[in-house]
Design a protein around this ligand. Structure first.
Ligand code: LIP
Length: 252
């Protein structure tokens, strides 16, 4: 069934690529710099409709409201466009993120960046893949890799802690990056492009699909308190290689 989900996600990617006059349909949501475009809503509607036909009894959780019901045997957790601000600013680094839970456990994840035609996917127990090539997260330390940071732009009260922690990581790593798409940041750890990513507050649709992809690639992901991701609420998130994960929790 993952192949059918991938086919739907790729078709949804065409909505992003064919978007016109994106800035003409932007609406502000709660918090600072938190936007939704007509295309976020269109992609979400498309995914809910097509995936609902594949899984008629599934419930759906999507960033753009509609429903927030995780009670189904199958439940999709969807960010129609992760990296909405990048999308609005024509900064081509955004992704469609579709996670599938079965009885509360992540069983499939698809994260697709249509700009690069890079599709990350995983099914529980069968590995993680980028465009069909299996991913193995090399166990590099902070000193040998790039660290990506999330700045919680919708929650500016978290900036001081974010940038203080970023400085400590900057001192340990080759350099830091800020991409603007949490789902891609987590997948980039699985793909050995980053050794660590953190953000003080993410929503389930930001991390659900990518968390399975990273775990299946041999990476580590948890809250910044070292707890399991909840999948039913927002939380802090750290995603890393096993060595960098351990180094993170030893930072003073
Ligand atoms: C975004 C994340 C990003 C985070 C933003 C926002 P959105 O997702 O991908 O890393 O910093 O706060 O959550 O809102 O563009 O789907």
């Amino acid at each position: 069934m993952i192949d059918e989900i991938i086919k739907v996600v790729k078709e949804a990617g065409l909505i992003m690529l064919q978007a016109q006059n994106i800035q003409g349909g932007v609406v502000s949501k709660e918090g600072r710099a938190n936007f939704v475009t007509q295309y976020d809503v269109e992609v979400q509607h498309f995914l809910f409709d097509r995936l609902g036909k594949l899984y008629p009894t599934a419930t759906f959780v999507g960033e753009e409201e509609e429903t927030r019901n995780t009670s189904g045997e199958y439940c999709f957790i969807i960010d129609p466009i992760d990296g909405t601000t990048n999308f609005i600013m024509d900064y081509h680094h955004s992704a469609i993120s579709v996670g599938l839970m079965y009885h509360g456990q992540m069983v499939a994840g698809v994260v697709y960046n249509p700009y690069l035609n890079e599709l990350f996917h995983a099914e529980r127990g069968t590995g993680a893949y980028l465009n069909g090539k299996q991913l193995k997260a090399n166990d590099l330390p902070l000193a040998e890799g790039l660290v990506s940071i999330g700045t919680c732009p919708y929650y500016r009260d978290k900036a001081d802690v974010t940038f203080a922690l970023s400085r400590k990581l900057y001192d340990q790593a080759l350099d830091i990056r800020r991409s603007g798409s949490a789902a891609l940041d987590i997948c980039y750890v699985a793909a050995n492009r980053f050794v660590l990513y953190f953000e003080l507050l993410l929503s389930p649709w930001d991390y659900a699909a990518a968390s399975l992809i990273l775990n299946e690639a041999g990476g580590r992901i948890s809250t910044m308190e070292g707890k399991e991701l909840p999948y039913t609420s927002g939380c802090s998130t750290i995603a890393a290689t096993p060595t960098a994960f351990e180094e993170f929790f030893k930072l003073k």
